[in-house]
Design a protein around this ligand. Structure first.
Ligand SMILES: *Cc1c(COP(=O)(O)O)cnc(C)c1O
Length: 382
């Protein structure tokens, strides 16, 4: 087992990322989508909290043809680390970032004639072509040229001599709801917009619409490429689409060590607001991890952690830096390893469990794990 990062940290609370799971998931998604579609590994937001550079290397090694980021800064980070494959920028760059975007060879999704004109002017000044993918809004309602705006966007790129279109993309709003008919509607609109581009003489290499759920569930969404984020981390896009059902393995776990132990008597009140009282005499353990690390305060009295071969409930309010755990008759020992997310002793706590308790999605749980928690990467390309 190769340990790639050994951050300077003395705290025992650690996010572990299994790069072999990332590789497995990329290969799994490649198998699902087949040879006609390539995989773009979405590593925005520091690879959903998993660490952008090691994840990007593992994904590339497992056959992801593209990487995608949300910010120019995130693309620059990949380039500085030596990743030299194609990188998609999922939104239009701020004007001030165009220089860095071009210098680092990031391919933006573009949807406004204003940005096409900016890029064209930049390309003429620099005497080079700027490659873009056009983004259509087929029903997500966020960014993209709407069907009404599509022809003027096409006309804009048609007259921009230094802007080269090499892709057309859209984004699905409800791909993670297996029954939602809007996905097929969006894909039908998308097909018409791709056709109109062809009619205008724009025949790009890449056509892409699917996020992870789209790639897993909707054959018609796969086109030439899928943009998979949550799936490469082995996490479920929604309650209705379970990652494990699709052969994906979670890459992330979170462990800590017991930092304080005490025996309490029945009725002892615990933590802010005294929202928990010992049901009888027993043991309490303190864990040095809290909401400032991204452990949701919503887990108060609701989540379970794993140690000593069993599941043990969180006792009382999750605080900024510490969490208490009711160990009942199991005496915890100082320094004992505790798993907050991950598997231990045949038991498992999933990111999905935290998302469910917190009434949110897996995406939010992992992107909220803060940088106070060191990341340790194991496995992966060597
Ligand atoms: C974040 C993002 C993705 C990845 O979505 P997942 O659901 O994580 O697979 C794909 N495309 C766009 C445009 C995105 O913003």
């Amino acid at each position: 087992m190769t340990v790639h990062t050994a951050p300077a940290s003395w705290r025992p609370s650690t996010v572990h990322v299994d790069l072999d799971a990332i590789g497995h998931n990329v290969r799994r998604i490649r198998d699902v989508v087949g040879p006609d579609a390539s995989v773009c590994a979405v590593v925005k937001a520091d690879a959903y909290g998993h660490g952008a550079v090691p994840v990007a290397r593992a994904a590339t090694d497992a056959g992801a043809a593209w990487l995608a980021v949300a910010l120019v800064e995130e693309g620059v980070e990949l380039r500085r680390a030596g990743l030299d494959g194609p990188v998609l920028l999922l939104t239009e760059p701020p004007a001030a970032a165009i220089d860095a975007m071009v210098a680092h060879d990031l391919t933006p999704l573009v949807y406004s004639p204003r940005v096409v004109a900016l890029l064209d002017a930049y390309g003429r000044d620099a005497d080079r072509a700027i490659t873009v993918h056009l983004k259509a809004d087929t029903g997500m309602g966020r960014v993209g040229a709407t069907p009404e705006e599509w022809d003027s966007l096409l006309a804009g790129v048609g007259s921009a001599s230094r802007v080269r279109v090499d892709g057309i993309a859209t984004h699905l709003a409800r791909a993670d709801e297996p029954g939602a008919s809007t996905t097929d509607e969006q894909l039908a609109v998308f097909d018409r917009l791709v056709e109109r581009a062809h009619d205008a003489g724009i025949c790009p290499t890449h056509v892409h619409a699917a996020n992870s759920a789209g790639a897993l569930l909707h054959t018609a969404a796969r086109h030439t490429m899928v943009r998979a984020g949550i799936g490469i981390y082995g996490l479920s896009p929604s309650r209705d689409v379970d990652a494990a059902d699709h052969g994906l393995r979670p890459a992330l776990s979170l462990t800590t060590e017991v930092s304080h132990v005490k025996r309490v008597t029945a009725g002892t009140p615990v933590s802010y607001g005294h929202r928990w009282h010992a049901p009888h005499d027993g043991w309490l353990a303190t864990l040095p991890v809290g909401y400032a690390d991204g452990v949701p305060r919503a887990l108060t009295n609701r989540a379970e952690v794993l140690f000593a071969g069993g599941r043990h409930p969180v006792a009382g309010t999750v605080t900024m830096d510490q969490v208490l755990v009711w160990c009942d008759q199991t005496e915890p020992s100082l320094g004992q390893t505790v798993t907050l997310i991950g598997a231990d002793g045949g038991e498992q706590v999933r990111v999905e469990d935290w998302a469910e308790i917190s009434d949110t999605i897996t995406y939010e749980i992992v992107t909220q794990l803060t940088h106070r928690l060191p990341r340790v990467h194991t496995g992966g390309p060597r």
